[in-house]
Design a protein around this ligand. Structure first.
Ligand SMILES: [Zn+2]
Length: 298
């Protein structure tokens, strides 16, 4: 573990440097997990058009307020043995998983970019992708409340000294949104049914704004390959379908059930999670992007 972190962080291999990196990584994980706790609120409330600020955290079943000491990311879930203190209803494993995943995204951003604005941008971007992924899996739509401000933020941070520049960012938003809009438009024209939501169009525009136009083709290829593989796995294998349903139940991803049934009838599958996967891979594995991707140099 020490060796992995050491090789990931841009630090000399001295033991002192490794020791110095650990508290920072732990702090990043803790702060990231707190952001993850907020993402859990957003995952629950954004699709219902509820405020993500007020009221405070509540049990979704008994609606009772959750005290701060029962709301510590990851730890409280384990401490309460995955049950609401008031009503004893099970709390889905997805809550601590989202918190742990968001903490991991913070450590990844720190390891890849070092302390600074780039790491913050990378963390904010990947946390937004995680939020979009969870909501798309649950409800089969991508909330405009995340993707539209995401486009604006992506264009804004491109102007930072470490940023990719407004030209690459704006072209990224146009190319990303434009390609998928064209695909959606021609699919609808040729089949008469809506195959791809406009949410995917806005998501790829946001990804293009953050990563630059150079990253768009790689993101699309990764998303299409991964999406097709997952789709084939779900549609063609009954055991895979049963396993997916069990995983969905355990994680509390309610709407995966109808999605699996719909996927079996060969209708639209959520593309957002695969676009998010492609974006995260291009961000953290620069070799996957085109050689002239601005981030590859960073
Ligand atoms: Zn409760």
């Amino acid at each position: 573990m020490t060796a992995t972190l050491q090789s990931m962080l841009p630090l000399p291999s001295a033991d002192a440097a490794t020791l110095a990196a650990w508290p920072l990584a732990a702090l990043a994980f803790a702060l990231g997990a707190c952001v993850g706790s907020f993402l859990n609120v957003c995952i629950h409330r954004l699709p219902e058009d509820e405020s993500v600020v007020r009221p405070g955290s509540r049990c979704p079943r008994c609606r009772r307020d959750i005290a701060w000491y029962d709301n510590v990311p990851i730890a409280s879930w384990a401490w309460l043995r995955a049950r609401c203190r008031a009503c004893g209803e099970p709390i889905a494993a997805r809550y601590p998983l989202v918190e742990a995943a968001t903490g991991t995204l913070a450590v990844l951003a720190l390891a890849r970019f070092g302390p600074g604005a780039s790491a913050l941008v990378a963390f904010g971007f990947t946390a937004a992708l995680l939020l979009i992924t969870c909501i798309d899996l649950d409800h089969l739509f991508i909330p405009d409340e995340v993707s539209l401000p995401g486009i604006a933020v992506g264009l804004g941070v491109s102007l930072l000294p470490e940023g990719i520049g407004i030209v690459d960012a704006a072209l990224g938003a146009l190319l990303g949104g434009g390609i998928l809009w064209l695909v959606a438009w021609s699919y609808e024209r040729s089949t008469g049914t809506e195959g791809m939501g406009l949410g995917d169009v806005k998501l790829l525009a946001m990804i293009g704004a953050f990563l630059g136009w150079q990253a768009v083709p790689a993101v699309l290829v990764i998303a299409s390959v991964a999406g097709s593989l997952a789709g084939a796995l779900v549609v063609f294998s009954a055991p895979g379908r049963r396993a997916a349903r069990r995983v969905a139940q355990r994680l509390g991803v309610r709407a995966l059930g109808p999605y699996l049934r719909r996927a079996a009838r060969r209708t639209a599958i959520p593309f957002g999670p695969f676009l998010a996967l492609g974006a995260a891979l291009v961000l953290y594995v620069p070799a996957l992007g085109l050689p002239w991707t601005p981030l590859a140099a960073g």
